[in-house]
Design a protein around this ligand. Structure first.
Ligand SMILES: [Zn+2]
Length: 247
């Protein structure tokens, strides 16, 4: 392709969306479990849907692959990552180490305004949970951990928590044990109490137990089907992607 035709092609697909916007959109769809682990991400269909160039879409995929949310397979394309049981255990082990540090820092720094934000997160999560909107509730319970990392005030730890919470959503969607999911969010209330009392040791112990509880609630020995479940994708855009995928 010549420089001129390349520029023309780029212009014809120009949209208001930046690479960052598309990255966020795809990341949200994965974290919200609208795009399930193993789903093939049809590059051309996604370029059309987002009205961005292939080069820009490749940048989105490269970033998601770097963050282990997407797997790039030579000659086959991009797929939503599908962590195996060993990787799932490693994710929880990393979260325990990193979030113990986060909650220790947060216990030393948390102020009145922070407690308001945390309490609002819990109240909203409970509202969604009671209304049976589990996807929203689970997303908010992940955000609770991100809020703690913001209070801790260390951006590097914050980035690690953001990536690990996102990867946890892949793990929960693969290994969720319906009969076990439930009241572990009560721990969030207790964590706030320890932070209010500036008791870092109690907060650290509870965070470790909390993440242990989440890991134990999953069925990590379950055999995962290698077939991509395209039918289980939700949302108009993604349904369109799935149907184009079959051609
Ligand atoms: Zn939690």
């Amino acid at each position: 392709m010549t420089k001129a035709s390349e520029a023309k092609a780029a212009k014809s697909v120009a949209s208001d969306l930046s690479v960052e916007d598309v990255y966020r959109s795809v990341m949200d769809a994965i974290v919200d479990q609208r795009l399930l682990p193993g789903t093939r991400l049809n590059e051309l269909a996604m370029c059309e849907a987002f009205k961005i160039s292939r080069r820009e879409m490749e940048r989105v995929f490269a970033r998601l692959a770097f963050e282990a949310m997407v797997r790039l397979v030579p000659n086959r394309g991009a797929f939503v990552a599908s962590p195996d049981a060993n990787e799932a255990r490693a994710i929880f082990a990393a979260r325990k180490t990193i979030e113990a540090g986060v909650v220790e820092l947060a216990a030393a720094r948390a102020s009145g305004a922070d407690f308001k934000v945390l309490a609002k997160n819990i109240a909203e999560e409970e509202t969604h949970r009671r209304a049976g909107r589990m996807r929203e509730a689970i997303k908010l319970s992940g955000q609770f951990h991100l809020l703690l990392s913001e209070i801790a005030g260390n951006a590097i730890l914050g980035d690690q928590v953001r990536q690990l919470v996102a990867r946890t959503s892949l793990v929960t969607s693969l290994y969720e044990n319906a009969s076990e999911m439930g009241c572990w969010h009560d721990d969030h209330h207790k964590l706030i109490e320890h932070l209010r009392a500036h008791q870092p040791k109690k907060a650290v112990d509870l965070m470790r137990r909390h993440l242990d509880g989440l890991e134990e609630s999953l069925d990590l020995d379950r055999k995962i089907s290698s077939k991509t479940n395209l039918r289980a994708i939700f949302g108009l855009d993604t349904l369109e992607l799935a149907s184009k995928n079959k051609v």
